[in-house]
Design a protein around this ligand. Structure first.
Ligand code: HMG
Ligand code: MG
Length: 297
């Protein structure tokens, strides 16, 4: 069994994109720097989408330009189209992520096109990234349920995951966007996807809306998945999935991995401090139970 887990920290992007209050770039930069100092190897630092759709991410250029880059850390950017890709590369994104959905309705609401149109729209990104040797990650949203369509079939998730993998994505992140998955439904999705994409290329991106994220991650670990997305302090939600709460808190994930004896390279105390600092900026409590327990000690 492989004992090493890769954590993809998505707090600065997935966590902050939903914040209505403006957040200074300086605070976002401090957050990204604190996360890399805590040992995170992949930090999704922002997105290059239409700023009218997600105003909070409009300043992502300033974030990428302001961070203190640490050797060995990949600073990732979410890019919906070639324009977004070019903006991300211009400010030195180490890798980019494209994002599709397993639900037609969610695809329309989130990126204004059908699933098949989105795959076509990603092709120029894949070509440009291949030429520039920029790794591309692929997300599939709504793997266990859609806010507009309800249940989503694992076969549909696997079909989209395979399309992204065949297009050249080095890793496929399976997004439980509204957190409705349970260990049973997540197992069904992972099993379907692992039949068409090697399991070591699959990641789980679990939102914790229904409190199932850690249980789902544990099931995924048992099935052989070793890449997990998480958000410091459990920040976030999705602007196109009303009521969705943040990703599993990175602190909670790290605590569980420590207990399981799995390696991840993250310093829990530095991470918890990064979480406290961004929560102070936002004026809200951490969603991480581990962070709250550590603070109460
Ligand atoms: P559209 O309106 O169909 O785009 O949006 P368009 O190509 O028709 O262009 C319209 C205008 O947008 C034009 O400007 C373009 O230049 C501009 P105008 O001529 O009107 O002045 N534009 C851009 N500007 C800056 N950067 C760009 C860009 N692209 C176009 N990249 C589009 C299509 C995909 C762009 C839009 O729908 C969009 O930005 N969607 C992003 C929504 C989003 O960010 N959602 C949240 C992230 S996904 C997520 O959270 C899920 C995930 O976490 C996994 C999970 O949890 O499941 C990843
Ligand atoms: Mg998400």
């Amino acid at each position: 069994m492989n004992n090493t887990v890769k954590i993809v920290e998505v707090g600065p992007r997935d966590g902050l994109q939903n914040e209505a209050q403006p957040i200074d770039s300086a605070h976002k930069i401090a957050l990204v720097n604190a996360l890399s100092d805590a040992g995170l190897q992949v930090v999704e630092a922002g997105s290059f989408v239409n700023p009218k759709w997600v105003p909070q991410m409009a300043g992502s250029e300033a974030v990428f330009e302001g961070i203190a880059r640490k050797a060995g850390v990949s600073y990732a950017a979410l890019t919906p189209n070639l324009k977004g890709y070019e903006r991300a590369i211009a400010v030195g994104a180490s890798e980019v992520a494209i994002f599709a959905a397993a639900s037609e309705a969610f695809s329309q609401k989130n990126i204004n096109c059908s699933i098949s149109e989105s795959i076509e729209r990603f092709a120029p990104i894949m070509d440009a990234a291949r030429a520039a040797e920029i790794p591309v990650r692929g997300y599939v949203s709504c793997i266990a349920g859609c806010p507009y369509e309800g249940d989503i079939q694992p076969a549909k998730v696997a079909e989209v995951a395979k399309q992204l993998y065949d297009a050249g994505c080095y890793e496929i992140s399976l997004g439980d966007t509204i957190g409705t998955g349970t260990p049973a439904s997540i197992e069904a999705v992972i099993t379907a996807c692992a039949a068409v994409v090697p399991i070591e290329k699959l990641a789980l991106h679990a939102h914790d809306t229904y409190g199932q994220a850690l249980a789902n991650i544990y099931r995924a670990i048992q099935l052989g998945v070793r890449v997990f997305d998480s958000s410091v302090a459990g920040l976030g939600g999705c602007p196109y999935a009303k009521g969705a709460s943040g990703n599993v808190a990175t602190e909670d994930l790290v605590y569980m991995l420590n207990g399981l004896g799995l390696d991840h390279g993250v310093d829990l105390h530095k991470l918890a401090q990064a979480g406290r600092d961004i929560c102070a900026v936002l004026g809200r409590d951490s969603q991480s139970k581990v962070a709250r327990a550590l603070a109460a000690k």
